[in-house]
Design a protein around this ligand. Structure first.
Ligand code: NAD
Length: 490
């Protein structure tokens, strides 16, 4: 069964230079509904020649697109946002079925993608030049912001629509053109539907192109392509390192949004019931499959018994099932390999002395929300990104120890803490080493206008969101104008 949509013609197609076409890289791949395993549709497999065509289209469209008025660029983004509004139910249905998420997450994703478009539309007029002083008499220094050029956008499967849109919208707003390569688990909502939305909204040919296929073939080729000026990559730190090496050798601008190992810290003055609610959400939303999932619950000893019991009770009450049909708390994990990897992290930690408090079992792709106690640094669950609904608890004796453990990880995307004293929370947050820290709220927050991103193994290149996108998607050009005659010694 294919996803019901008014626009079926994109099913299994590439989108290059304003038209949908078959891929010449092999037989189309299948797209499965994650909860049932039934076939939703297909995706085209791009060849090297298809990718070249997409890059050529983006290259030749770029100067004309950048030369358009900011109003025209902003208008297109607003029209895409309006098209999303009209098709919000269809898009949410597709996300539920293709990603296995509950409807609330899918609706959030549609809404947040629209916000990205509206924010970016506002950015189109803010790529301002500066006049800066000169030491030389009679010289006028102008510093302009100019587009980077052709941006290759490579996205993961967990939030395919928003993670594509958060790069595409500001890139286009600022006069760049795009070649998008979505993940093969989610090529529809991550790619084909995006192409369809832009086409319907009247995007000029070539400004956005979508090529589908494997990371090892199409992703690598896009990252290495000599005519792509920038790679905006969202995905695992492991693949980020590979793309960093390839893109670095080709001297491309790189923007990397990578993995996480977020701590959710519960201080000894926290309201434990509220903390357990926020902690449960932080670990279990979308089956724990986000970079901003709480991967470690670091809890002070005096509240640990109460916190463990409260979060385990919340996990016990959660329902797991097909999010398309049932009213459930969480759906399936993305794949058997992802499930097996996470389960192996759990088993490895149990062998080293960790203890299951709740859950720890699965049925097919449906993994029970799981709470694990006595998790220590050095255990797989503690050290590695889990990407499944598992909440590991580590008990500490002091606030200093909580801070030290929070910071002792190569990752630095987000951390959160719960406390009864906001001032104490702020002092703690100011000593945390991560791109984002949330006090008395979840690790899982994102807003289109605030800078999102991480340090260390979690990211490189800058931030997504609002003003930060000006830095990401433009270069600076210094133009100087000498109004008086200058004299050099030769
Ligand atoms: P992944 O790194 O396996 O794949 C991401 C994308 O890269 C896919 O499109 C894939 O096809 C492509 N790819 C794979 N190998 C490639 C290569 N060698 N060269 C070029 N492209 C290649 O990640 P995933 O499993 O799809 O997503 C989960 C990961 O993404 C997690 O680590 C998660 O933390 C991270 N993530 C980070 C953020 C963030 O904003 N920091 C947001 C969401 C997800």
């Amino acid at each position: 069964m294919a996803i019901e949509t008014e626009r079926r013609r994109w099913d299994g197609k590439l989108y290059i230079d304003g038209s949908f076409s078959d891929g010449s890289g092999g037989e189309p791949g299948g797209v499965l509904e994650k909860a049932t395993g039934s076939r939703l549709g297909s995706y085209a497999v791009a060849s090297g020649e298809d990718l070249d065509r997409a890059v050529r289209a983006a290259r030749s469209a770029q100067p004309g697109w950048a030369a358009r008025s900011y109003e025209e660029r902003a208008l297109l983004l607003r029209q895409v946002a309006r098209a999303m509004e009209e098709r919000a139910d269809e898009l949410a249905d597709a996300i539920v079925r293709e990603t296995g998420s509950i409807r609330g997450k899918a609706q959030y994703e549609v809404h947040a993608s629209q916000n990205e478009l509206y924010e970016a539309a506002g950015l189109a007029s803010r790529a301002t030049a500066q006049i800066v002083p000169s030491a030389n008499t009679g010289k006028l220094n102008i510093v302009q912001r100019i587009p980077v050029g052709v941006v290759g956008v490579i996205t993961p499967w967990n939030f395919p629509l928003i993670l594509g849109m958060r790069a595409i919208a500001p890139a286009l707003a600022l006069g760049n053109t795009v070649v998008l390569k979505p993940a093969s688990y989610t090529p529809m909502t991550g790619g084909q539907l995006l192409a369809d939305l832009f086409e319907t909204a009247g995007a000029p040919a070539g400004i956005i192109n979508v090529v589908t296929g494997s990371g090892a073939d199409v992703g690598v080729a896009l990252a290495a392509h000599p005519d792509v000026d920038m790679i905006h990559f969202t995905g695992s730190s492991e693949v980020g390192r590979e793309i960093g090496a390839v893109g670095g050798r080709a001297l491309k601008k790189l923007s990397m949004e990578l993995g996480g190992n977020a701590a959710f810290v519960v201080l000894d003055d926290a309201d434990v019931d509220l903390a357990s609610m926020v902690g449960a959400w932080s670990s279990f939303h979308y089956q724990g499959q986000t970079c901003i999932t709480a991967n470690r619950h670091i809890v002070m000893r005096s509240v640990a018994d109460a916190y463990r019991a409260a979060i385990a009770e919340r996990a016990r009450r959660m329902t797991v099932g097909d999010p398309a049909g049932d009213d459930v708390s969480i759906g399936p994990v993305i794949s058997e390999s992802q499930r097996d990897r996470a389960h192996a992290l759990l088993q490895g930690s149990l062998e080293q002395g960790a203890r299951i408090v709740e859950g720890g079992t699965y049925d097919g792709l449906f993994y029970r929300p799981t709470v694990v106690d006595e998790v220590r640094p050095g255990m797989p669950l503690y050290d590695q990104e889990i990407f499944a609904p598992i909440a590991p608890i580590t008990v500490v004796d002091t606030e200093e120890e909580a801070l030290r453990l929070t910071n002792e990880t190569p990752y630095g995307l987000v951390n959160a803490l719960y406390t009864g004293d906001l001032d104490r929370g702020l002092r703690f947050a100011e000593r945390v080493r991560s791109g984002m820290v949330h006090i008395n709220d979840s690790t899982a927050l994102d807003e289109a206008h605030v800078p999102f991103g991480g340090l260390g193994a979690s990211g490189m290149g800058g931030r997504s969101g609002g003003e930060a996108n000006l830095e990401e998607f433009t270069e600076r050009r210094w133009i100087s104008l000498q109004r008086t005659t200058v004299h050099y010694p030769y």
